[in-house]
Design a protein around this ligand. Structure first.
Ligand code: MEV
Length: 401
């Protein structure tokens, strides 16, 4: 990315500016295309014909505020983080936490190779106990058949890397074949669904039974992201508050009821970026919570421990995201997001989304361990409430019921 301008994500006072001035500041980065700029200046509504082709029975567009989370530094690079979210305080909280984290170098993370999991179900397989061995003996043939079904992806460096088989019910002969497919910078759902459908008849020939479902798993255990950061105790507000964050994290490790809320706080960041960047947030949500429970106990996705100087945070979760396909080319707001974020790969996007999750989690725990969440939250909530009352008044004045 040597020919693209270097941006700073540190823009003091951004929140105090008008929307028009904030947009002008984004234009100054030199990253926004004229089409994205015009789209945002119009308020970010999709053209009706675009909306009509994206979904069915369309009657309009559903808008969400699009904000920029600031102060993010991820793997030594300043990055602007677009977030689409209706909940007040999510963008401000993430920006505040990112400011604290950048004082000690920012976020560091890596994504595993982009390997998706797809499943082929077989029922009524005779001698199910021996089916895995028979299928695995044909491993190379299955990998070749899978690759033959996705020549474009193979050409781009992807392809089927591995298979395994699980016996789900020996008596009923229910087995499932997993195929692990590297999908490059795509989210990969279509690619792996194609693979599952192509390979299913071969597996049936090998072991008999009846083919059932052929579809990706939204628990892509081989496509994960890890993000870590250090923060100083001073930056979070002192040693007692740092201790409070660790106690809060421990609470989530010990109690699924708390872990769910803790993870909701993580997903405030992850989902807001997912929406802004046109990602399949339903699959991300499904995978995140399944991963949290994969040990048999529902656990926090991000944990915090005390260090000599402050805190160390670590997040690990599956994250199937893409920088190509889906709505990445179709939706002008998503294009604007990509222009501002400047990511080269799905892996880089995943790390930034993970960083947004860590920041959101830190902000929540810091507030909860201190004064509580309500003071800051309610201030923004009242602002939204006032807006709701004003909208209702306008609706009535306009003859609404
Ligand atoms: C609210 O959107 C998210 C929090 O409940 C997360 C948490 O409790 O950690 C504040």
């Amino acid at each position: 990315m040597s020919d693209t301008p270097t941006v700073t994500s540190r823009i003091p006072g951004f929140y105090k500016k008008s929307i028009r001035d904030r947009l002008a500041r984004m234009v100054e980065t030199g990253l926004l295309s004229p089409a994205s700029r015009a789209f945002l200046e119009r308020g970010g509504g999709l053209e009706s014909d675009v909306a009509d082709r994206m979904s069915e029975n369309v009657i309009g567009c559903h808008g969400l505020p699009l904000g920029i989370a600031l102060n993010f530094r991820v793997n030594h690079r300043d990055v602007l983080v677009p977030m689409a979210v209706e909940e007040p305080s999510v963008v401000a909280a993430a920006s505040n936490a990112a400011r604290i984290v950048r004082m000690t170098g920012g976020f560091f993370g890596e994504a595993s190779p982009p390997v998706m999991t797809t499943q082929v179900q077989l029922d009524g397989v005779p001698d199910a106990a021996r089916a895995p061995a028979r299928i695995l003996a044909a491993r190379e043939r299955l990998l070749a058949a899978a690759d033959a079904a996705i020549p474009g992806m193979v050409h781009r460096g992807g392809g089927c890397r591995d298979v395994d088989v699980r016996v789900l019910d020996e008596r009923e002969g229910v087995i499932v074949l997993h195929l692990y497919v590297e999908v490059g910078n795509a989210m990969g759902a279509n690619v792996v669904d194609t693979v599952a459908e192509a390979v299913a008849p071969l597996v049936q020939d090998l072991v008999g039974g009846e083919v059932g479902l052929r579809i990706l798993s939204n628990l892509p255990l081989r496509r994960t992201v890890r993000v870590e950061c250090d923060v100083s105790a001073d930056a979070v507000g002192g040693a007692p508050l740092a201790d409070g964050v660790v106690r809060a994290s421990r609470f989530a490790e010990l109690d699924p009821f708390r872990a769910v809320t803790h993870n909701k706080g993580v997903m405030n960041g992850v989902d807001a970026v997912a929406l802004a960047m046109g990602q399949d947030w339903r699959s991300i949500e499904a995978g995140a919570h399944a991963y949290a429970a994969v040990s048999g106990v529902y656990r926090p996705l991000c944990v915090w421990v005390r260090t000599d100087t402050g805190l160390h945070g670590r997040l690990e979760m599956p994250l199937a995201v893409g920088t190509v396909g889906g709505s990445t080319r179709v939706h002008q707001g998503v294009r604007a997001g990509f222009e501002l974020m400047q990511v080269d790969s799905a892996a880089e996007l995943a790390v930034i989304m993970g960083a947004a999750g860590v920041a959101s989690n830190l902000a929540a725990l810091k507030a909860l361990a201190g004064d509580g969440i309500q003071r800051g939250h309610m201030r923004l909530h009242h602002r939204k409430q006032a807006l709701a009352e004003e909208s209702a008044r306008r609706h009535l004045e306009g003859g609404g019921q």
